[in-house]
Write a protein that binds this ligand. Structure first.
Ligand code: FAD
Length: 525
């Protein structure tokens, strides 16, 4: 069947099944290379995300064949007298419906269920420039595929997320953070150039030098200013192996002091430092082994429960050192030297060694384990907070030892510091007003197993309590992957940056068509 026929068929289905509010001839005239679909399975897929907390059906789903398809669709929405919304969907790993839209079209940037079958995305394989040390990727590319392509050339991006089955456009719309961020900054600090389809349907190339306002707006911009169709990402020589170490603390201030010391070593590019610094709180040992790999194996010298700390809470510092054949002979000494002066519990050193790709792809192993137990496709009332360093002790008392108490936490709680100097203040991303701030990520899974403390309602209430506690205690947290429902809350979130955010919205998406699932602006039609 020709594309035109398929499109006609899809639009007829749209009119019949969902009561299309757009003049169908507008969509018929698009002439896209890809495919517009109203297949109920595809619409259902686009109406859900990893959070499984909200379900909003789009009118149709576009599998783009090119950036031009996206520009055509957005342009049609922009000039349409009826108007419709357009939301890019990366891999649908948001929590609160950020990539969903009701009165419009979802663009499956990463292929979705049908795109890969159609072979559409093969058009845009990552292009590595070994000389310039960068890679050009399609906006819907998954980071795992970016990594595989760059490793063929012995190169890899510098800054990561813990999980690689996320899209480039999706993480660049937020920040993209992991244990490398203290040193390299978030992923949005490691991008040279973007192609963006604005809310007016224009395709613009932007960078520090060219259309720089759009460039900075889009990075961390929650999809509000345009759809990223291409990104040029910085690369470095890829290490071959990783020495991965976990050590435990029972004292919170000792734990954070060591984390802060380790991230302070970023200043001098030639100084010795770990390549990755993260950490997590252990309130409940069982779930750690589900989510964060079975690292604490029986071969390890101590059982975690035998060194339970102050109030039963332990803190785990997680660090890595990369190396390759040429440095393999000295890795032991190097790690030892870096760990000298850290004040962890001496008997609590857990070490493993693995290929670089296996380390970066570690959460996928947890995913497979959780999937096998039916624990992946469950509601995820996650809460991610950036917390100023000066208030971390208050958070420990009020949240880890207070609100969470002895309850099962229902998922890992990550906690690691970052340097604000590595975040470009011109981007749309928002961070606390201190030189060092922490990510505190409560990555919880709600279970319908009769245990009240694991129910969605209980976990959601706890999230509200935590936010209220921060508010009452004057802890100026910023949500990462933020979720608000009123514009007042968004204004408060952006603070000083709101005026700029609003001005950029008026300039790049004046009809407020894009990413309405973020619930920042209402469409103006
Ligand atoms: P989606 O959820 O599909 O989209 C997110 C938002 O971006 C939506 O508003 C959407 O409209 C917009 N968008 C999507 N594609 C584009 C595009 N091409 N152009 C413009 N806007 C676009 N984050 C971290 O920083 N670090 C982590 O370690 C980390 N680990 C995670 C682990 C898991 C298991 C999960 C589920 C999420 C994790 N995240 C992490 C969060 C992740 O960064 C966000 O979910 C992010 O939105 C990327 O997901 P996605 O590509 O599926 O985007």
């Amino acid at each position: 069947m020709t594309t035109k026929l398929l499109l006609t068929f899809a639009i007829c289905r749209l009119i019949v099944t969902v009561g299309l509010t757009v003049d169908p001839s507008e969509l018929l005239l698009l002439g896209v290379d890809g495919q517009l679909s109203v297949d109920p399975f595809e619409v259902e897929t686009a109406s859900l995300d990893f959070g499984l907390l909200t379900r909003v059906e789009p009118m149709a789903v576009l599998h783009p064949g090119s950036a031009d398809d996206i520009a055509r669709l957005v342009r049609a929405a922009y000039i349409s007298s009826h108007g419709f919304t357009v939301s890019a969907r990366g891999h649908g790993h948001s929590i609160n419906g950020q990539a969903q839209t009701s009165n419009g079209v979802v663009i499956e940037m990463s292929g979705g269920s049908r795109g890969s079958r159609l072979g559409l995305r093969k058009l845009d394989k990552p292009q590595v420039s070994v000389k310039e040390k960068h890679v050009e990727v399609w906006g819907g590319e998954l980071w795992i595929d970016v990594l595989r392509s760059t490793l063929e050339h012995g190169l890899a991006p510098k800054s990561w997320t813990d999980y690689l089955y996320l899209s480039v456009g999706g993480t660049l719309s937020n920040g993209g953070i992991s244990g490398q961020a203290f040193n390299h900054g978030p992923q949005i600090s490691n991008v040279y150039e973007l192609d963006v389809v604005t809310g007016k349907g224009e395709i613009l190339t932007c960078s520090e030098e060219k259309n720089s306002d759009l460039f900075h707006a889009v990075l961390g911009g929650l999809g509000q200013f345009g759809i990223i169709t291409r990104a040029r990402i910085a690369l470095e020589p890829a290490p071959q192996r990783v020495r991965w170490i976990r050590v435990l603390y029972s004292n919170f201030s000792t734990f954070t002091r060591d984390q802060e010391h380790l991230i302070s070593l970023h200043g001098n590019p030639t100084s010795r430092k770990f390549d990755y610094v993260e950490g997590f709180v252990i309130v409940d040992e069982g779930l750690i082994n589900n989510w964060r790999s079975s690292f604490f194996s029986p071969r390890n010298p101590v059982k975690i429960s035998s060194i339970a700390g102050n109030g039963g809470v332990l803190y785990c510092l997680e660090i890595t050192k990369n190396y390759d054949e040429s440095t393999a002979g000295t890795i032991d000494q190097e790690v030892e030297a870096l760990m000298k002066g850290l004040n962890f519990i001496p008997s609590s050193v857990f070490t493993t060694d693995l290929p670089y790709i296996d380390f970066l792809d570690r959460v996928h192993k947890a995913e497979l384990k959780l999937r096998a137990k039916g624990l992946w496709e469950v509601p995820h009332p996650w809460l991610n907070l950036f917390v100023p360093k000066s208030r971390m002790a208050d958070l420990d008392r009020g949240v880890f030892k207070g609100i969470l108490g002895n309850n099962k936490t229902s998922g890992p709680i990550l906690i690691y510091p970052m340097n604000k100097s590595k975040w470009d203040q011109r981007s749309s991303a928002v961070t606390p007003d201190e030189d060092v701030f922490y990510l505190v990520a409560l990555l919880r899974s709600a279970l319908d197993n009769g245990e009240e403390t694991q129910s969605l309602e209980h976990l959601t209430n706890q999230n509200h309590k935590i936010l209220r506690f921060c508010d009452d205690a004057g802890i100026k947290v910023k949500q990462y992957l933020p979720h608000y429902t009123t514009q007042e809350e968004w204004m408060d979130h952006f603070g000083d940056k709101w005026d700029q955010f609003y001005r950029r919205k008026m300039e790049f998406d004046p009809r407020h068509l894009l990413a309405t699932g973020q619930r920042i602006f209402n469409p103006s039609f």
